[in-house]
Design a protein around this ligand. Structure first.
Ligand code: GTP
Ligand code: MG
Length: 201
């Protein structure tokens, strides 16, 4: 899929404020600082589209970006260790979960996992909670430039085997690096495939 046009549409504080064009949404979620905004900029080849920071807690609202006039990429605040008050973290958590569970147009949630880390309880809890609530999930293991081949394989296997404690099959997954531009074609390919399957229903 070629990205021809990227437009920031709006930032929303709740699902009621979100754009209602009826187009499919591909959403990026995960721990603060895992690289959600960087990934959106990488796959759209637009470094200015979503704001990035080394300080966890940069993205604070539900951000809709319209791609090729055809579908949305949605950037969400992270969970876990955003540098903000406990109150704000809880507010973002409720806002994101309500959006993810209630959106009628959510085509696919990409849940991002930092591949440098051993399986984190908070990631597993969120995946299990969202999965049980019917949200379609794929995983993206981010920052693969920071680990060697062996560690990459080991951490992905560890994470997937943890998931198999509660899932029948582990979800489809992708590997990315926004620094080395790894993962663009496979992630865009998955978006394309999902759009085609929605249109064929
Ligand atoms: P919040 O909006 O705070 O939840 O963070 P986020 O998940 O959107 O992360 P963001 O894209 O802002 O990136 C956080 C930091 O990680 C920045 O310093 C990025 O430059 C860095 N980063 C993102 N992706 C990668 C990657 O693939 N490799 C490396 N080495 N660093 C990355
Ligand atoms: Mg962000």
């Amino acid at each position: 899929m070629k990205i021809k046009k990227t437009e920031f549409i709006k930032s929303s504080t709740s699902i009621k404020e979100c754009p209602t064009k009826g187009l499919p949404e591909f959403v990026f979620y995960g721990r603060s600082n895992v690289g959600k905004s960087s990934l959106i900029n990488m796959i759209t080849n637009n470094q200015k589209l979503s704001k990035i920071s080394s300080k966890p807690g940069k993205t604070q609202l539900i951000n809709h970006f319209l791609i090729n006039g055809n579908f949305y990429l949605v950037d969400l605040p992270g969970y876990g260790w955003a540098k903000t008050s406990k109150e704000n973290r809880e507010k973002w958590d409720v806002m994101c979960k309500n959006f993810l569970i209630q959106s009628k147009k959510l085509a696919l949630l990409f849940l991002l996992i930092d591949v440098r880390l051993k399986p984190q309880k908070i990631d597993l809890e969120n995946i299990n909670y969202l999965g049980k609530n019917g949200v379609p999930i794929n995983l993206i293991f981010t920052k693969c430039d920071k680990v060697g081949k062996e560690e990459l394989k080991k951490n992905i296997n560890l994470f997937n085997s943890e998931l198999l404690n509660s899932w029948k099959n582990s979800p489809d997954y992708f590997i990315s690096s926004s620094v080395k531009k790894i993962g663009i074609d496979s992630i865009l390919g998955q978006i394309n495939k999902t759009i085609i399957s929605i249109n064929n229903v």
